[in-house]
Design a protein around this ligand. Structure first.
Ligand code: ZN
Ligand code: ZN
Length: 207
């Protein structure tokens, strides 16, 4: 798997453009405001974006959805429990910064255990609620895209509408910490980490 990370928008959200070693067909994980550098990369590498997957429905992760969908014709995928966030500025938090953000409806709703396949590239869906009710983690070969569930030595906030700190801790203990120790975790904000590093060093959720 080839991974191109982008850090964009005023909330420094990490978006990941990925494709298989021998394929031009690509997947984008989250789309911040403004995703122009991602569009440029897609053009430069002559990639065909097939899927845009939102890890969850918060504004910083979905603000660029429409631009990406219009530019590429990709299909939008996200968990069913966060789908309402796309069209609700109070849930997606955009109302709190004075804008009213709405995105198109998802083309496919995801749930625990679903698999997304593209030319030999596989992502398995783990439902990891807590930061939002429909937050997902996407597990690939040797790496996982964890959105705002866990960060390097930190965890996602749980003071938003629909958040639950108890669920978040359970998601980390029962899902993230069950992944292989050497698995690389690519978060929605900040630097990457590994399962082993967080088990040893995360001050919020001990192993
Ligand atoms: Zn979030
Ligand atoms: Zn975020």
């Amino acid at each position: 798997m080839i991974i191109y990370p982008f850090t964009i928008g005023e909330f420094d959200v990490n978006n990941y453009l990925i494709h298989g070693d021998n394929s031009r067909r690509a997947i984008l994980i989250d789309a911040g405001y403004d995703p122009s550098p991602i569009c440029q990369k897609i053009e430069e590498l002559n990639l065909e974006l097939v899927y845009l997957i939102n890890t969850h429905g918060h504004g910083d992760h979905i603000a660029g959805n429409q631009k990406i969908l219009d530019f590429t014709g990709a299909k939008l995928l996200m968990h069913e429990a966060d789908a309402a966030y796309l069209s609700n500025p109070n849930l997606n938090l955009s109302a709190f910064i004075g804008i009213s953000l709405k995105s198109s409806k998802p083309d496919r709703l995801l749930k625990e255990g679903d698999r997304i396949e593209l030319d030999g590239l596989f992502l398995e869906v783990l439902h990891t609620p807590g930061h939002t009710p429909g937050h997902i983690t996407l597990v690939g070969d040797q790496c996982a895209f964890v959105g705002d569930v866990i960060f390097r030595e930190s965890v996602g906030r749980t003071d938003f509408p629909g958040s639950s700190s108890q669920q978040l801790i359970e998601s980390i203990r029962k899902k993230i910490y069950q992944l292989p120790d050497d698995m690389i975790l690519y978060p929605g904000h900040g630097p990457r980490t590994t399962v082993a590093h967080e088990k040893l060093s995360n001050p919020f959720v001990s192993y």
